[in-house]
Each structure stands twice: as C-alpha cells, then as structure tokens.
Design a protein around this ligand. Structure first.
Ligand SMILES: [Zn+2]
Length: 209
C-alpha cells in the first residue's frame, strides 16, 4: 500500500504566512567546534508549513492544540477536488464536490496547490467563507484540510475552531488524486499552543476498503 507524503518540507526560506515568524535552524553544539555531537536549535512559528490550529488561535480563552482529539486526525479520509471555487469556498462549491455523506475527514484539493511552486507567500489563494465552514460543521465533518496556509476567513475560523473541528492547513495535494484514503496526521505534542506543525501522510486503502 502506497504511503504518500502531503506535508511540506520545513526549512529556512520556506513559504510562511505573511507576518508569521520564519524558520531558523542553527547549530547550538557542533563536532566541528569541539563538542561531542551536533545539536541544532530550531525557532519557528507554530503555524509553519503543514499544521493544525487550536481554538486558542482565534479565541483568547480557547484551548491549545493538545486538547484536540487524535482520533479525528487518523482514519478514513476523503480528498475532494474543488477545481473552480470562485472567490471563496462556500456551500455551493462544497455541494458540487460530492463529499460522501458521513465523511469525518475531508481534504480540499484546490487550485491553491500550485502556489507552492511560487518563491514566496501570496494572498491569492482560496479558502472557506463563513457559510462554507457552517456547512462543514452541519455535515458533522471532524477534520477539514486545505492545500495552502489558511483554512478559511475570520468567520470560518471562528466557526470551525469554536466547535472543536480540526483545521489542517498547509497541505500539498499536488500529487494526490481525489478519492478515499487513510489519513495519518500527527501534530507535535506541544502543550497549550495555538497551533502545531504536523507530519501528514495518506495511505491507499485496501481494495474494497
Ligand atoms: Zn494555522
């Protein structure tokens, strides 16, 4: 069964949401400098690359990412393509995407994916609007992912994060065909933070699975 990586590489100079901290990696100890081992220090924002949001991201009294249930991030997952979303992804685009009833985990493959090929961040991406987020919530979806650095506008974030829905941002779905997969999304176990980087894989399901 093929395993497909859909998280983006974390490195200095990578695409970062405008205004967020960049990635810095430097040697704190080095064999070259007489130390017994090489040890690097990492500094970066918690919304770097592929990551999940905690409700604390948009609510001052919200919870950190470690409060989110891991079982929402592991298991059967639908990748749906929204090839022509217009200005924002609302209920009409989601209806047209033919998301199967009862789907708990949904990844939105949009024209955003090509933006990873640019040299820098752009605001020219699509995301959910408030009505789209309400549609996601009403359908009982527990995890919603997208292929750039924001799942939705302010209203969409408030609705999703305020209702315990996992927002998975910064996916690279360029090589992924729409369909059903097994999702493996494991955010770093940061305590009480508003976001956490995640390693995310899609595994092909067994025939008939
Ligand atoms: Zn985020």
């Amino acid at each position: 069964m093929a395993l497909r990586e859909v998280s983006v590489p974390v490195r200095p100079g990578m695409i970062i949401y405008r205004g967020n901290p960049g990635v810095e990696i430097e040697r704190a100890l080095s064999i070259d400098g007489g130390d017994g081992a090489n040890v690097s220090r990492l500094a970066m924002g918690v919304h770097t690359g592929t990551h999940i949001d905690g409700s604390l991201h948009f609510y001052d009294d919200g919870e950190g990412v470690d409060a989110l249930p891991l079982d929402a991030m592991l298991g059967r997952c639908e990748v749906v393509e929204i090839a022509d979303p217009g200005d924002a992804i609302g209920p009409a685009a989601l209806e047209a995407a033919a998301i199967p009833a009862g789907a708990e985990r949904v990844l939105l493959k949009t024209p955003n994916s090509r933006l990873w090929e640019l040299g820098e961040f752009t605001h020219d991406f699509v995301r959910l609007d408030g009505a789209g987020a309400a549609w996601v919530r009403e359908r009982g979806i527990r995890l919603i992912g997208i292929d750039y650095l924001s799942i939705g506008d302010h209203d969409a974030h408030l609705d999703l994060l305020g209702n315990g829905i996992v927002a998975l941002e910064g996916l690279d779905l360029r090589g992924i065909d729409p369909g059903r997969y097994e999702l493996v999304c494991l955010p770093i176990r940061l305590v009480g933070t508003d976001g956490a980087p995640a390693r995310v894989l899609l595994r092909d399901l067994e025939e008939g699975g």
